[in-house]
Design a protein around this ligand. Structure first.
Ligand SMILES: [Zn+2]
Length: 267
């Protein structure tokens, strides 16, 4: 049994230069798995390289819902910071399809209506559906990012019959989070839970067998101004133990069982 982080960005420029130290810190904090999520073909390749260097890294390949329409966004003059060579949506989907067998899970993928204008929601959905189908066909779990389009993402996932799903850093209503858990999906709570009312309520009211932990590092740490890293899932596990009124060992056992239920292997 061990702790885990189901959503980390160790390939992010803020963490990549000291990735070895970050992963050593994760081990020291009791983690046995760090699911590093890719955002696009370039980032997926970096995740792949990191995973080949250190077995604690479980590679997840995806296409971030903003990156899925990045070319169109640029053409429309919408400003979004992504510092990598250009790629098309088709290349983004194809990269995941070509490497899905070696992926631990497919992610992050989803729908984003915060950055992405409504005119591009149709092509964004098209890429999302293609990626969900790729994951389901390969029997891989899916890690979802969605912002402002939570209900639509759930509609599509239910319509397609996807059941092995984790919703990362869920920002919708807590009531909808409970509905998602009722649908059989999991929700991963980030390391800033103690200073976030919605994540606190989710830890208090979601069925415990549907809760996972993540960091979304380098963002969303327990300390707002510090660079977050996977080791901080231990902070959330301790917080869950307070909220659940049980020893942290019991929380870790529950979380490990949840991880295995979703991914089919122990963390
Ligand atoms: Zn992410």
């Amino acid at each position: 049994m061990g702790l885990f982080d189901v959503h980390a960005h160790v390939t992010h420029p803020k963490l990549a230069p000291r990735a070895d130290e970050v992963l050593a810190n994760a081990r020291a904090a009791g983690l046995t798995s760090v699911l590093v999520n890719g955002l696009n073909p370039h980032d997926n390749a970096a995740v792949q390289a990191l995973a080949s260097r250190d077995p604690i890294v479980k590679p997840c390949y995806g296409l971030y819902p903003v990156d899925a329409v990045l070319g169109e966004m640029e053409a429309m003059g919408v400003d979004y910071p992504r510092d990598c060579p250009a790629f098309t949506r088709e290349e983004g989907v194809a990269w995941v399809r070509d490497h899905v067998e070696e992926a631990f899970a497919v992610g992050e993928i989803g729908l984003d209506g915060y950055w992405v204008p409504e005119a591009l929601w149709a092509p964004q959905e098209e890429a999302f559906r293609a990626l969900v189908a790729i994951a389901m066909e390969a029997d891989k779990a899916i890690i979802i990012h969605t912002r402002k389009r939570e209900r639509r993402a759930l509609e599509i996932l239910e319509e397609m019959g996807a059941t092995k799903v984790d919703w990362h850093c869920f920002g919708g209503r807590v009531k909808l989070a409970r509905r998602i858990a009722e649908a059989g999906h999991w929700l991963s709570i980030p390391a800033n839970a103690r200073r976030n009312e919605a994540f606190t309520r989710m830890l208090q009211t979601l069925p415990r067998e549907k809760v996972l932990l993540e960091t979304d590092c380098p963002y969303l740490g327990p300390d707002k101004d510090a660079v977050n890293e996977p080791a901080n899932v231990a902070v959330t596990a301790a917080y869950a133990a307070e909220l659940w009124g049980c020893p942290v060992e019991e929380v870790e056992a529950q979380l490990a069982a949840n991880f295995e239920a979703l991914f089919g292997v122990a963390p």
